[in-house]
Ligand binder design. Structure first.
Ligand SMILES: NC(=O)c1ccc[n+]([C@@H]2O[C@H](COP(=O)([O-])OP(=O)(O)OC[C@H]3O[C@@H](n4cnc5c(N)ncnc54)[C@H](OP(=O)(O)O)[C@@H]3O)[C@@H](O)[C@H]2O)c1
Length: 342
């Protein structure tokens, strides 16, 4: 069975291996209803009982599919996100890629992090999910990486505009168990922590086998403030799962990998091969070694991926592999490796 770790401030237990449901929202490629249903059932039955979705994932498609999969179960912890409202648009037809997703749902996304925007997003999500409860809400993609010049205004919607207040009310009333940010950048998490008590941060791509930029400042701050961390994008959107032996394209942070990243992954692959370690197994287990981390949630879009992922999580990785990872300067010297304490 997959072990669980608690969100420190609230005691909510998450399976250490969870399911990122962007894939079942048709990230990059269409997934049929049947395949999505089978993938979610296989993951839940195997103990991946923490599931993360969002309005953005397939413009509502992921939430619809996830809601149907979890409705009859009482062992699931579910997170969704606020900050994007979905508005219908009759001109949208077909499943050509929009914002990375191949979804046929005719909705456009509009940012709104204000008090009323957060409440409407939460209520809309309940309706799409067909559920009476969401356990965790993340503020989705706040920060300059997404908002550029509009960063100050959108962040202000959370502070002076009451977005954080809405989340605090939902938590205080017991409607949700926990809230935090779901982001690809860590500085904005430090900023948010100056304004509000976050329970949990979903950080994507910034603490992985390839990149540990969150290590020096954000992760110690999270530990000090009892903020738990969920790792998304543990494969940096693909390259740490596929490796670089094949022809490519090799996906890194949702685009084609630059040559220096391909070269680094090649060095990681060489070390893995020397020790008989699958690269994705090292990628998953690396993230879970940091004491702030409670769960890692790879994006899984097929039953085969679920089974592979279970094997990667269970794979025995020799201590020598982790030692050489450090001596060959393939990770930050301060990174916590499996079997070590901070
Ligand atoms: N801002 C945020 O809050 C945020 C941002 C990013 C991610 N997240 C969360 O984190 C989850 C995971 O992130 P992600 O899906 O973007 O990235 P990821 O987990 O780093 O990578 C997913 C990609 O890896 C591939 N993959 C997975 N297992 C594989 C395997 N065994 N062999 C080969 N390829 C494999 C998948 O390809 P296939 O499609 O071929 O299976 C998929 O394209 C998301 O679903 C979401 O829940 C949140």
């Amino acid at each position: 069975m997959i072990p669980k770790r608690e969100i420190r401030r609230t005691g909510l237990p998450l399976s250490v291996l969870g399911l990122g449901a962007a894939s079942v929202g048709n990230l990059y490629r269409p997934v049929s209803d049947g395949e999505a249903r089978a993938t979610l059932a296989a993951a839940l039955d195997a103990g991946l009982t923490y599931v993360d979705t969002a309005p953005r994932y397939g413009h509502g498609l992921s939430e619809r599919r996830v809601g149907d999969a979890v409705r009859e179960r009482d062992d699931v912890v579910l997170s969704s996100k606020v900050g994007r409202l979905l508005t219908p648009d009759v001109r949208l037809k077909g499943d050509a890629e929009r914002h990375g997703f191949r979804s046929p749902l005719p909705f456009e996304q509009v940012y709104d992090y204000s008090h009323d925007g957060v409440m409407r997003s939460y209520e809309d999500s309940l309706q799409r999910l067909g559920l009476a409860r969401i356990d965790i809400l993340y503020v989705h993609d706040i920060g300059p990486m997404t908002h550029g010049d509009d960063d100050a205004r959108t962040f202000g919607q959370l502070t002076t505009g009451g977005g954080f207040r809405a989340l605090e009310r939902l938590r205080d009333s017991g409607a949700i168990n926990a809230f935090g940010l779901g982001v690809n950048e860590w500085r904005v998490c430090l900023r948010a922590m100056e304004h509000v008590d976050l329970d949990v941060v979903l950080l994507a791509g910034r603490y992985t086998l390839l990149e540990q930029t969150a290590l020096e400042t954000f992760l110690p701050a999270a530990l000090a403030r009892q903020v738990s961390v969920v790792i998304g994008g543990a494969y940096n959107s693909g390259i740490l799962a596929t490796g670089v032996k094949g022809e490519g394209p090799h996906y890194y942070d949702y685009g084609e990998a630059p040559p220096e990243i391909v070269a680094r992954v090649r060095r990681l692959e060489t070390l893995c091969a020397r020790h008989g370690v699958p690269l994705p197994a090292a990628a998953l287990q690396f993230c879970l070694a940091h004491p702030a981390v409670v769960s890692v949630i790879p994006g899984l879009g097929s039953v085969a991926r679920v089974h592979q992922t279970l094997d990667f999580h269970a794979a025995a990785i020799p201590a020598d592999f982790w030692r050489e990872l450090r001596t060959e300067n393939l990770v930050d010297p301060q990174a916590v490796l499996p079997g070590e304490d901070l």
